[in-house]
Design a protein around this ligand. Structure first.
Ligand code: HEC
Length: 195
C-alpha cells in the first residue's frame, strides 16, 4: 500500500466512524466531534485525490562513450541532451512555429556543421533575426546562450551529439564521426564531471 492509499484509508475510516456516531449516538458533544471529523476527513480525501507531481531536477544523462555503436545512437543521445540537460526546448521549438526563438525544424539542413557549432559556442558571432512578420527583421526577445559555458556548460562530446541530433532530425546525414568523440582517457584529457 502506498503512502497516499494508507492516508486515504485512514480518511475514509474517520469519515465512516463519524457517520456511524451521527447515526447512533445521541450525546451532543460526541456528535459535534463526529461532525468535525467528517468535515476534516472529507477535506483530507479531496486533498489526497489531487495528483501529486514531484518536481525533480532534469535527469543527468550519462554519456557513455564506449557504448555508442553508430551515428543514430549519437543522435539519440543528442536528442536527450537537447530536451534534458541543455534545456534547448525551453526556447526552441521543432516544427511547431516560432515563438520567442527561431524554430529549429530543418536547421541541420540549413546550416553547415561548422555554422551549427558556431551558433552554439559563439552565439553572438552571427545573430539570426526574426523574419516571420511583415517589415524589418528584428531581434528575438530571448538571447541564445553560450552552450559551452555555464550554466549549461556542455562538454565538447555533448555538443557534437546535439549537432548530430540536429542533422539527423533534419533528414541530413550526420557528419560527426564516432572517432571524434573523445574517449574518457587518462585524467589529463577527461576533466572532472564532463564525461
Ligand atoms: C534562452 C533561449 C535559448 C536557449 C536555451 C537556446 N537557444 Fe538557440 N537561439 C536562441 C535565439 C534567440 C536565437 C536567435 C538569435 C541568434 O542567432 O543568436 C537562437 C539561435 C539558434 C540557432 C541558429 C538558428 C538559425 O537558424 O540560424 C541554433 C542552431 C540554435 N539556437 C540551437 C540551440 C541549441 C541546440 C540549444 C540547446 C543546446 C539552444 N539553441 C538553446 C535562443 C535560445
Amino acid at each position: 500500500m502506498t503512502e497516499v492509499q494508507l492516508l486515504q484509508t485512514i480518511g475514509l475510516s474517520v469519515l465512516g466512524l463519524g457517520g456511524a456516531i451521527l447515526l447512533f449516538v445521541k450525546a451532543r458533544f460526541v456528535r459535534v466531534v463526529a461532525f468535525v471529523s467528517i468535515v476534516l476527513g472529507g477535506f483530507t480525501l479531496v486533498a489526497l485525490s489531487i495528483p501529486q507531481m514531484a518536481s525533480l531536477p532534469p535527469a543527468v544523462e550519462k554519456f557513455d562513450v564506449t557504448s555508442i555503436q553508430d551515428k543514430k545512437e549519437l543522435a539519440s543521445i543528442g536528442q536527450k541532451i537537447f530536451f534534458g540537460k541543455a534545456q534547448c526546448a525551453l526556447c526552441h521549438t521543432i516544427g511547431t512555429g516560432e515563438g520567442r526563438c527561431p524554430d529549429l525544424k530543418g536547421v541541420g539542413a540549413k546550416l553547415t556543421r561548422g555554422f551549427l557549432y558556431e551558433s552554439l559556442t559563439q552565439p553572438q558571432a552571427y545573430i539570426y533575426k526574426d523574419y516571420e512578420h511583415v517589415g524589418q527583421p528584428k531581434f528575438f526577445p530571448a538571447k541564445m546562450p553560450y552552450i559551452n559555458k555555464k550554466p549549461i556548460a556542455l562538454s565538447n562530446n555533448e555538443i557534437l551529439a546535439v549537432i548530430a541530433f540536429l542533422q539527423n532530425m533534419s533528414g541530413e546525414e550526420v557528419t560527426i564521426e564516432l572517432s571524434e568523440i573523445e574517449a574518457p582517457g587518462p585524467a589529463s584529457t577527461a576533466r572532472k564531471g564532463e564525461l
